[in-house]
Design a protein. Structure first.
Ligand code: ADP
Length: 261
């Protein structure tokens, strides 16, 4: 028997299937689709990959901003709780989880059992989110996969002083026009989001170990600058974008076992 966690985000839909031993059987990340289509599409894909059917899945937990759009879920939990659970499974030494998703960012303080002790969230301003990076990528035309190497080789970091995404976009455009080297602009963009997010996280305050989750954790330029800004070695879990879905699947397993006993 299997259980499933589904995380419907603003940018991507994520699913994790676990077996009863807590082993990950499959995980899938797909671009978000309108409303309920996301959940059914990602669920069907994850089952198909492993030649499973819906009756093989005993319990389903939904999380994420679109969790209400998973009509077949047995239960819903917040992504804060699910990221904490997921990270505690992947990196048990972590006490501070920073999650940067497509449209929000959060800093979560967790206990050694993965229990949420405190959290701070920014869902009001695009500047500390994946949206900010997507806008800048649109202007710069450089794939995220190249950002890490470019930031590492930048001789200096262009200063992006605007707090607002729209003004920062104009600033980046004018730096491109002034022929500031691309790697220095990208380093500046990564530093800008790093400063925003570290200001948020420092309000917790931060306790080691610290890890980054969410899709932005794949962006090595942001990981480098955020680590520098926080003054810590920032850990990144395997499958960082799927940490919330993993935590949801762990909650599903817990609930399923409680029902069985
Ligand atoms: P949400 O839960 O809101 O859908 P995610 O946690 O899935 O958000 O993160 C989406 C963000 O992750 C995107 O805005 C983008 O900046 C970033 N992202 C996703 N995949 C990658 C990747 N392969 N490399 C770098 N950044 C990525």
């Amino acid at each position: 028997m299997y259980v499933t966690g589904i995380d419907i985000g603003s940018v991507a839909s994520k699913i994790v299937i676990l077996d009863e031993e807590r082993d990950v059987i499959n995980y899938v990340v797909m671009p978000a689709l309108p409303s309920e289509e996301s959940a059914s599409t990602v669920f069907s894909k994850a089952l198909e990959d492993k030649s499973l059917s819906r009756k093989d899945v005993a319990y389903i937990v939904a999380t994420g901003y679109g969790r209400v759009n998973v009509p077949f879920a047995n239960k819903m939990y917040t992504e804060i709780l699910c990221h904490a659970m997921g990270i505690n499974y992947l990196l048990p030494s972590v006490r501070t989880v920073i999650d940067i998703g497509g449209q929000d960012s959060k800093a979560i303080k967790i206990s050694n059992y993965g229990r949420v002790e405190n959290f701070i969230m920014n869902d009001k301003c695009a500047a500390g989110t994946g949206r900010f990076l997507e806008v800048m990528q649109g202007v710069l035309g450089v794939e995220f996969s190249k950002w890490g190497d470019l930031v590492a080789k930048a001789k200096s970091t262009a200063s992006i002083s605007s707090v607002c995404t729209v003004f920062a976009e104009s600033e980046v455009i004018s730096k491109v026009t002034q022929k500031v080297p691309l790697e220095e602009i990208i380093a500046g963009v990564c530093e800008s989001i790093a400063i925003r997010v570290s200001q948020l996280a420092k309000r917790l305050p931060i306790e080691r170990d610290v890890c980054l989750t969410g899709g932005v954790a794949y962006n090595k330029g942001v990981v480098q600058k955020l680590g520098e800004s926080l003054g810590v070695e920032l850990l990144v879990a395997e499958i960082p974008q799927s940490t919330g879905a993993l935590g949801a699947a762990l909650m599903a397993l817990r609930n399923y076992k409680a029902l069985k006993n």
